[in-house]
Design a protein around this ligand. Structure first.
Ligand SMILES: Nc1ncnc2c1ncn2[C@@H]1O[C@H](COP(=O)(O)OP(=O)(O)OP(=O)(O)O)[C@@H](O)[C@H]1O
Ligand SMILES: [Mg+2]
Length: 248
């Protein structure tokens, strides 16, 4: 279809949006669901203090990608390697990395069968030259989840947990207003950890508690407590006071 209609495949796709909205998760889904090869590059790993090493790293990645075509190259946290040039910073490394990336994307050697995927939560930090059509020409905003999305996230993350009969997931989704996907998913896990603590407190030994594990259920009150806990964490308020043992 693409060749018939004379449409050139997008070379690059940038996902941006607040932290914890599932950008890295989406890339993982691309890796497993698409039948293409997948090369994942984490920004900070690429930077090297040795002159020329970082650019060489980029060249090497694209060389491997061309060989492995069809291939998806994923740059996570791309703001760390491709910040706006001329913004100062401690070295020229990132400037040269951006230039190398531009060279690869513009490609004297055509990037056929290679798609570049990138993610960031700081789209404002990225060199505008990279966002020009022909480079990262598809820009996808990954928003904070709305209520139905949070409900789905809760359902997914409580799938293999013993959920009690009184749990109203739709109500929990309402309570998690303003939560990111990461916050929402950790509500389910926090609820389970509350049940765990209750059981450990109820029985004299952990072995005894383990015997009764099949009776344990995550109830609505655990979810409510979990939401509260995540809320206090998000607001950066210290939770209840914990006394830390004093060591000499
Ligand atoms: N839409 C979603 N569906 C299911 N789980 C989600 C979703 N969004 C986030 N999560 C949960 O939150 C975790 C963190 O998400 P992820 O690491 O993809 O966020 P991110 O957008 O890459 O954040 P950052 O910008 O901070 O890197 C995921 O591993 C997953 O457990
Ligand atoms: Mg991420």
């Amino acid at each position: 279809m693409y060749t018939k209609l004379g449409h050139s495949m997008p070379k690059g796709l940038l996902m941006h949006g607040p932290s914890g909205t599932g950008k890295t998760l989406l890339a993982k889904a691309v890796a497993t669901e698409s039948e293409a090869n997948f090369i994942s590059v984490r920004g900070p790993e690429l930077l090297s203090k040795w002159v020329g090493e970082s650019e060489r790293g980029i060249r090497e990645i694209f060389r491997r990608a061309r060989q492995a075509a069809p291939c998806v190259v994923f740059f996570d946290e791309i703001d760390s390697i491709a910040p706006t040039r001329g913004m100062g910073g401690d070295s020229m490394v990132t400037e040269r990395v951006v230039s190398q990336l531009l060279t690869e994307l513009d490609g004297i050697q055509a990037l056929s069968g290679v798609v570049v995927l990138a993610a960031t939560n700081r789209a404002d930090m990225i060199d505008p030259a990279l966002l020009r059509p022909g480079r990262f020409d598809k820009i996808v905003f990954v928003p904070m989840p709305d209520k139905p999305a949070r409900q789905r996230i809760l359902e997914i993350h409580s799938k293999d947990k013993p959920i009690g009969p009184d749990v109203d997931v739709s109500r929990v989704a309402e309570l998690t207003e303003g939560f990111s996907g990461a916050d929402t998913s950790s509500v389910a896990n926090t609820a389970v950890s509350l049940v765990l603590h209750e059981y450990l407190a109820k029985y004299p030994t952990p072995e005894e508690a383990a015997k009764h594990a099949s009776e344990a259920h995550v109830m609505m009150r655990h979810f409510e407590e979990g939401v509260k806990k995540i809320k206090t964490q998000r607001e950066g308020k210290p939770g209840e006071k914990v006394t830390v043992p004093y060591y000499r």
